[in-house]
Design a protein around this ligand. Structure first.
Ligand SMILES: Cc1cc2nc3c(=O)[nH]c(=O)nc-3n(C[C@H](O)[C@H](O)[C@H](O)COP(=O)(O)OP(=O)(O)OC[C@H]3O[C@@H](n4cnc5c(N)ncnc54)[C@H](O)[C@@H]3O)c2cc1C
Length: 461
């Protein structure tokens, strides 16, 4: 009943923290209220959405590219129940994997919902556990939107969208961020008419503007429609249908759309309910996140917080890195996360990946920079694989050539970005990448060509 560390929440932040702390010799328990480990990410987030993206990408390839390669035959039929079964298997394998890792590393899983009655104590049901240190990794939940009543059947969050009873004919997605576009893309590939309604005048806010425009064009070619600059007023459902009303910001005119399914994807908010933080006196930020210092300490001694519940991008790998860092700090080591080099990926086809500065942030900071850009059309592998649409854009300091950021839209962008992340961690110049031999024929050659374009020029452009 007594631990060096109790972690609350077994998402990527919490479970990674628990495992690392155990590896560093601490006696650790992790409390999780869900029936399975892995948090949002493994149960209703990253992993199930990527399973559906993978399956529907294969369908898209079969429908659009097989014939051109001489692979002829009947178009594959979609067995939706079976596809959902595949997704559930993937979740099961992953969540069971964390259970195995807990056993292997001697982390105790305390099942139930935790609260913190006082520093040094964690309450789960009628049991109270002593903990020298506590890490809160309680994650996040979908943000609500005024006028939109979620029932998780017709009007759904991402959780309901991963489990729809049938493939909708018409779907309205509220919000053109990562989750909305990924799930919208899944259903568009399955034949739904998908319309994305977004408040801003652009999609994927925060990403490079040029990438966003290219991405919108590509998704448009795949059949997705966009209504930008539109403020959703309401979404109401009958037993089988929904109506979404919105006002165009440019002229305040009101419009409506009918749909079989409405996906509310306007963002997520930190989840702190039930932890007893108010009574404990834990300070929150204005946005409801748990306030922490650079070492993830909250305003209460011995209580730390990491992941989606604190500030910063709501990403699984950001939570994981913080989990490792805080475990190391608690064990007396120098845990650290470099927030300047956290990649962001959208797992549509093509993928979109970014790291570091954008042209917009560099202009705002008044920093002189140069752009090295290379189109996948000049990449032999991409051309052969029907993946020539898109580009790599590398941003480097104008004087020193140091890499400041990168933005990729194209095949496997989410994997390609890491070469640039490593280069940035080592403080590399674009020339360092440009002088590194890259195997041919690979998509990675496009990254090298973009680096060459920061200097004397790309070869295949
Ligand atoms: C549809 C979707 C797709 C996504 N795709 C990606 C992606 O591709 N890549 C990416 O990086 N990120 C993605 N994310 C975001 C990612 O899932 C989160 O950033 C990540 O899960 C945050 O990890 P966490 O450990 O902070 O919290 P969570 O994963 O939310 O885990 C928190 C856990 O704490 C538990 N908990 C909460 N309160 C208590 C309590 N009082 N007692 C006990 N247990 C408690 C919860 O049940 C939960 O299991 C996606 C999210 C969604 C919704």
């Amino acid at each position: 009943m007594s631990y060096d560390l109790i972690v609350i929440g077994a998402g990527p932040g919490g479970y990674v923290c628990a495992i690392r702390a155990a590896q560093l010799g601490l006696k650790v328990a992790c409390v999780e209220g869900r029936d399975t480990l892995g948090g949002t990410c493994l149960n209703v987030g990253c992993i199930p959405s990527k399973a559906l993206l993978h399956a529907t990408h294969q369908l898209h390839e079969a429908e659009h590219n097989f014939d051109a390669m001489g692979l002829t035959g009947a178009k594959p039929k979609v067995d939706w129940k079976k596809m959902l079964g595949y997704k559930s298997d993937v979740i099961g394998q992953n969540t069971k994997g964390i259970e195995f890792l807990f056993k292997k590393n001697k982390v105790d899983w305390i099942k139930g919902w935790a609260s913190i009655p006082e520093a040094g104590k964690v309450q789960v049901g009628d049991k109270t556990y002593d903990a020298k240190k506590i890490v809160i990794a309680s994650g996040s939940e979908s943000s609500p939107l005024n006028g939109v009543k979620v029932d998780e059947k017709i009007i759904v969050t991402s959780t309901g969208a991963l489990e729809l009873g049938k493939i909708p004919k018409k779907m309205v997605v509220i919000g053109a961020g990562v989750i909305g576009l990924e799930m919208g893309s899944v259903y568009a590939r399955l034949g739904a008419e998908v319309t994305v309604v977004e408040y801003l005048d652009r999609i994927i806010p925060g990403n490079d503007g040029e990438v966003a425009k290219t991405f919108q064009r590509m998704l448009g070619k795949q059949g997705m429609k966009f209504i930008l600059g539109a403020a959703v007023q309401s979404a109401t459902a009958t037993k089988t249908k929904a109506t979404v009303t919105y006002k165009l910001r440019k002229d305040d005119s009101e419009h409506s759309l009918d749909a079989d399914t409405v996906l509310l994807a306007t963002g997520r908010r930190p989840l702190t309910e039930g932890l007893g933080l108010d009574a404990l006196g834990v300070k929150l930020t204005e946005r409801g996140q748990i306030a922490t210092d650079k070492h993830y300490k909250t305003s209460i001694d011995g209580v730390y917080a990491i992941g989606d519940v604190i500030e910063g991008p709501m990403l699984a790998h950001k939570a994981e890195d913080e989990g490792m860092a805080v475990a190391e700090i608690i064990a007396g080591q120098a845990g650290h996360v470099n927030y300047g080099v956290i990649p962001g990926v959208i797992y549509t086809w093509p993928e979109v990946a970014s790291v570091g500065e954008t042209e917009e942030t560099l202009k705002e900071a008044g920093r002189a920079y140069k752009v090295g850009k290379f189109s996948f059309m000049g990449n032999g592998r991409a051309k052969a694989n029907f993946a020539g649409d898109g580009f790599v854009k590398l941003l480097a300091d104008k004087d020193t050539d140091r890499i400041l950021g990168a933005h990729i839209i194209g095949p496997y962008a989410g994997d390609l970005i890491h070469e640039i992340c490593v280069a940035m961690e080592f403080g590399a110049a674009a020339e360092d990448l440009a002088r590194t031999c890259h195997a041919h024929p690979t998509y990675s050659e496009a990254v090298r060509e973009a680096a060459l374009a920061c200097g004397d020029g790309a070869i295949h452009a």
